[in-house]
Design a protein around this ligand. Structure first.
Ligand code: TXA
Ligand code: MG
Length: 338
């Protein structure tokens, strides 16, 4: 296997020669992993069907799961989107660049493989400086799912990317840990009223303040309502390999104790660490009680515990409120049975 080069880039002072090398790989039909503010993305030229096919191959992604197209700003999307509703203009003005993906009518010239044959396309303008400069230099919209193997955890560091995709991509740009840490909010604007497909840092209330009522399904149910226009909504997704369970309420220390009594090795991602003394067979990861800080650390905590060959990961569910919606959604998906 040919190992993938990783190049460190400083977002405050990006090395143009490195970014130009990455952009030329993209123009030539290759795959480049790049940082975004949410998670690392696995990019290819969205207008090149063969290049996009390589994304699906590298990830082992089912061909029926459409990709997000990344552009530098709304005006740069004329080759991707055929029509801009007023709601999209308002949301773009408010939240772009940033962690919001809008599903819009697809341009006929955009290859069908990008949208899995759908007449709609998911579009996002990332805020990360490296992502923005890379797309600009490539001179083309960039299709990019999260840079992980299909159904595994999204990567928030270049090390996470390498663990899943070494040898399967042409270049990895490493700009350190992602700041948001969870994938973007996905909102479908082709339905009326618009429909939230994936919760993220930008909350339903923030969206509704701009465009009025949207449909939110109950993201606190691990099993989604049918039918599924967005395979990312499947219950089992973004999961570690270690068997995982999540618990509401304050009794989780008892559950952890019970598992330890059974002789299991347990990792506990918790808002309320309860054991004073170190316990053998227990690894405790205390988490921030503030939603944004928690979100930024969740995948790193899961990746880390997943690497320890534990028998079980237990996660405390944060409160059932709007500001925790995305975090709870990801925890429940990661804990869902197949
Ligand atoms: O934060 C993010 O969005 C990251 C970074 C790299 O931008 N990307 C990301 O991509 O999370 P991915 O492929 O892992 O998730 C894309 C989600 C999936 O749930 C997919 O089903 C949905 O967006 N999606 C894409 N195109 C769609 C469409 N036309 N209609 C409905 N859902 C769509
Ligand atoms: Mg993904």
């Amino acid at each position: 296997m040919i190992r993938t080069p990783i190049i460190r880039v400083d977002p405050r002072l990006p090395d143009e020669a490195v970014l130009e090398r990455a952009a030329s790989i993209l123009r030539g039909g290759g795959l480049v992993v790049f940082p975004t503010e949410t998670v690392y993305g696995l990019g290819a030229n969205a207008l090149d069907a063969a290049a996009v096919a390589r994304i699906f191959q590298a990830k082992g992604r089912p061909q029926n799961n459409p990709l997000i197209v990344h552009v530098t700003d709304a005006t740069d999307s004329s080759r991707v989107v055929s029509h801009w509703p007023k709601s999209a203009q308002l949301l773009a003005a408010k939240f772009w660049p940033g962690p919001l993906t809008l599903v819009l009518p697809k341009h006929p010239n955009l290859p069908a493989i990008v949208t899995a044959g759908a007449p709609t396309v998911a579009l996002r303008v990332p805020a990360h400086e490296i992502a923005r400069r890379l797309i600009q230099l490539a001179g083309t919209p960039i299709a990019a799912p999260s840079a992980n193997r299909s159904s595994e955890l999204s990567p928030t560091t270049a090390e996470h990317v390498l663990a899943g995709l070494d040898g399967r991509v042409d270049l990895i740009l490493d700009a350190g840990p992602a700041q948001v840490g969870l994938e973007s909010t996905v909102l479908d604007l082709t339905t009326s009223p618009p429909r939230l497909l994936r919760p993220g840092q930008i909350t339903p209330a923030q969206l509704e303040a701009i465009i009025g009522a949207i449909v939110r399904r109950d993201f606190n149910q691990a099993v989604p309502d049918a039918p599924l226009p967005s395979p990312g909504r499947l219950a089992k997704h973004y999961a570690p390999r270690t068997s995982m369970e999540c618990l509401d309420g304050n009794e989780n220390a008892c559950r952890v104790e019970e598992l330890l009594q059974q002789g299991l090795r347990v990792g506990w991602i918790t808002l309320k660490p309860a054991f004073d003394a170190a316990r053998s067979n227990l690894v405790v990861r205390p988490m921030p009680i503030e939603p944004a800080a928690y979100a930024a650390q969740l995948y790193a905590a899961l990746h880390e515990l997943d690497g320890l060959a534990l028998d079980r990961i237990v996660v405390d569910l944060p409160p059932d409120t709007d500001e925790w919606l995305a975090v709870r959604d990801r925890i429940m998906r990661a804990s869902a049975q197949d």
